[in-house]
Design a binder for this molecule. Sequence first.
Ligand SMILES: Nc1nc2c(ncn2[C@@H]2O[C@H](COP(=O)(O)OP(=O)(O)OP(=O)(O)O)[C@@H](O)[C@H]2O)c(=O)[nH]1
Ligand SMILES: [Mg+2]
Length: 302
Amino acid sequence: MALEVGIVGLPSSGKSTLFHALTGTRATSDVGMAAIPDPRLTQLAGVVGARKVTPAAIRVVEVRGTGPALLGNLRQVDALLVVLDGFSGTRTPGDDLETLRLELLGADHDHVERRLERIVKQAKSGEQKLKQEAAELERLLAHLDGGATIADWPGQLPGGLEPLTTKPLISVENGPGGIDLKLEAELRDMSAEDAAEFREGASALEEVVRGLTRELDLLTFFTAGEKETRAWTLRRGRSALDAAATVHSDIARGFIRCEVIRWDDLVAAGSHAEAARRNLQRLEGKAYEVQDGDVLNIRFNV
Ligand SMILES: Nc1nc2c(ncn2[C@@H]2O[C@H](COP(=O)(O)OP(=O)(O)OP(=O)(O)O)[C@@H](O)[C@H]2O)c(=O)[nH]1
Ligand SMILES: [Mg+2]
């Protein structure tokens, strides 16, 4: 499953412009993929002579409003990108962020309330587990009504609640004080060379993507084949088996062991064969904790 991020913002703040700048897709669709640029991938692909190079990607979802029902579409996403209008001169980004936070709080309150209603109905069957959940939700609702947030809830949350307000939130000020999203969206439609000539440094959007990977504590690992060389994201602290599952569930199921080499060792060696000769490759098992920059070759049988 690719990482997923939701774009939220007040009307006309630049949500669709950010969506286009990130995904290259016009907002006729609400879901697109944003590639995560990584210079290591290009080097690896060169060394193994890959015919296809695939960067890691984030799924991006834009929601077209801030009501509870629309925001509710974001319960599955891993993080929120909040777009703030800093270009029109008619808004105060800090105030708009506060407004957005209140909308998110409102949506979570609404969500807990509805869920409580539903569970109370279901609990009439007398099932003990449902009665317990109803009691928990009632306590949580009282906590929210008292002006607190789900994030301050001291206990464990009822399973599958998926609040919005506990998700990592990254704000993007659209305008001179932040990122000129209109320009980024226009650059997106140019070739990489033309775009590079226009801007002084790296794309400002790269900072947004880096912020996301930081907030979500992600690392990048690689698979480096001739047919395809590819970058993948994984939460820090996860195992080789989790990495295998990211690539394909069959590979995880048939996992035997995996060969691990540091990306720069492989680049320095110039080929898998030379890296093996220099003994730069290690064999690891399912429990191995994957490190940022690892190149994995997973042995499996199906
Ligand atoms: N000058 C300038 N105009 C911008 C910028 N970002 C967006 N706009 C313009 O502002 C308008 C609204 O931008 P959108 O990206 O459609 O905003 P939105 O949040 O998706 O709007 P809704 O979906 O209608 O709520 C468009 O006409 C954009 O071209 C910017 O950075 N500078
Ligand atoms: Mg829009």
